[in-house]
Ligand binder design. Structure first.
Ligand code: NAP
Length: 434
């Protein structure tokens, strides 16, 4: 029997488990560890609460989770409760599928000011991640600046724009819903250091911004390249740019009907956050594009800002004893191989890019490598050995059956029409399993 430990129960973790089952059938046992008592990682706390159809992919992971040879081992932090070396002694292979849950730093003067948040924290707040549920961002000012032109920036701008009715059917946590409905933000500036042809936003997600009840996007037609140049773009980006063109054509009469403006500020690189204690403005330098890169022009201006959310990418959290590539912000690895017996997959391997589905071939790839490196099992103890260690340390392990009880309790306390009201506190989650 082969024993595989997967660390992280998000998409990369479950696709790796699925791949291991396909590779070895009944000759493998897979334990999926998570530091939280609840599974699914990014699906639960990253994917936007109003994107329930995307979150639905967890039903597929549940099929894997319910197989006899796959177990969920929740509420265990690898690197704290149990070391990597200990796991390597118990399992034939350890696969780190821990994603990229930390914010990349802005590294600008003033980035410590109050109400400057990274997207991991801000998204974690409205998605009920226990680490960020208490963030309590101040939404009492007029203007929010969202830094970055990726899909996370779009999520944040959209969530800041929606009405209570538009959150119907979502699983946005109650504390965030009430704060957002009471929000005084009326201007959301989405700041991009490059231009419309360099955005990372995908068409479906960008299109949503054009269909909000109380908000309208604004794009300055002067920022758009000649329409003929769009022909050179790959089709997805061309569609996104088409959305920008249609936003630029929204008549002023329509804007008069909405409360909130979502303004795209291209060729604008943040240089400093300004304010006394709390952020009050952001200093920006105009850029131009040279060989695809943003180059400062020496022209500076300020945008008043009562809230700043930096959506500029994520980093993997290091684990003691695991080689880490500081510059790239992920584990140092060669196609998923870190050290003998130790692998990584998904965002922890390649950084925060691609769609959820990108992690499936990634999971199959890492299992192929494990199979190449380890043609025969090494007679490790696997779960039995882990359970002995957990008992000796008094760890409170949460199983998949426990999770199903937590899930039931979350469904039972949901608002009308919502699929669940998440517990945002680890102790509450553990209590809910009964
Ligand atoms: P992303 O797509 O890589 O976008 C990051 C943005 O931040 C880019 O516009 C980048 O500009 C900008 N940026 C980086 N450093 C900056 C700096 N120092 N100053 C100013 N701007 C800076 O990352 P993401 O939005 O975090 O998304 C991560 C992944 O999750 C992506 O693959 C995304 O598609 C996916 N996702 C998908 C959905 C969905 O609904 N389908 C939702 C959320 C996330 P440059 O290009 O100039 O570097």
């Amino acid at each position: 029997m082969r024993h595989i430990a997967i660390i992280g129960s998000g998409p990369a973790g479950y696709y790796t488990a699925e791949a291991a089952q396909k590779q070895w059938g009944d000759d493998v046992k897979v334990d999926i560890f998570d530091r939280l008592p609840v599974p699914y990682g990014l699906i639960r706390t990253g994917v936007a609460p109003d994107h329930q159809s995307i979150k639905g992919v967890s039903r597929r992971y549940e099929q894997t989770a319910l197989s006899d040879n796959v177990s969920f081992v929740g509420n265990v932090t690898i690197g704290e409760d149990v070391s990597i070396d200990e796991l390597l002694g118990l399992y034939d292979a350890v696969v780190l599928a821990t994603g990229a849950p930390r914010d990349r730093g802005l590294d600008l003067p003033g980035d410590h000011l109050r109400n400057v948040h990274g997207s991991a924290a801000f998204v974690g707040w409205y998605n009920g991640h226990p680490e960020f549920a208490a963030l309590d961002p101040d939404l009492s000012g007029d203007t929010a600046v969202v830094i970055g032109m990726g899909n996370v920036a779009l999520d944040v701008a959209r969530i800041l724009s929606k009405t209570r009715e538009e959150f119907a059917g979502s699983d946005i946590v109650g504390h965030a819903l009430e704060a957002l409905v009471a929000s005084k933000i009326r201007r959301i500036v989405v700041l991009g250091r490059r231009g419309p042809h360099q955005i990372m936003m995908t068409p479906k997600e960008l299109g949503e911004l054009g269909h909000l009840t109380r908000a309208a996007p604004r794009v300055d037609p002067a920022d758009l390249p000649d329409v003929g140049e769009d022909a050179l773009l790959e089709p997805g980006l061309r569609k996104s740019v088409n959305h920008l063109r249609s936003f630029a054509a929204i008549p002023e009469s329509h804007r008069a009907d909405v409360d909130i403006e979502v303004e795209f500020d291209f060729f604008a690189s943040p240089r400093a956050l300004l304010g006394e204690g709390k952020v009050e403005a952001i200093e920006v330098e105009r850029t131009r594009i040279e060989n695809g890169r943003a180059v400062g022009t020496g022209e500076f201006y300020e945008i008043p800002a009562s809230l700043v959310v930096a959506c500029i990418g994520y980093r993997t959290a290091p684990i003691p004893g695991v080689p880490f590539d500081e510059r790239a912000g992920r584990f140092a690895n060669d196609e998923g191989r870190i050290l003998p017996g130790l692998y990584c997959v998904g965002w922890a391997r390649r950084g925060p890019s691609g769609t959820i589905g990108t992690n499936r071939p990634d999971g199959f790839g890492v299992v192929e490598r494990i199979a190449e490196d380890m043609p025969a099992p090494a007679g490790r103890k696997g779960r039995e050995g882990f359970d002995a260690l957990a008992a000796a340390r008094g760890l409170e392990v949460v199983t998949f059956r426990d999770w199903k009880k937590i899930e039931e309790a979350e469904a039972a306390r949901a608002r009308d029409g919502a699929p669940r009201e998440k517990f945002v506190d680890v102790a509450e989650m553990i209590r809910a399993r009964g």
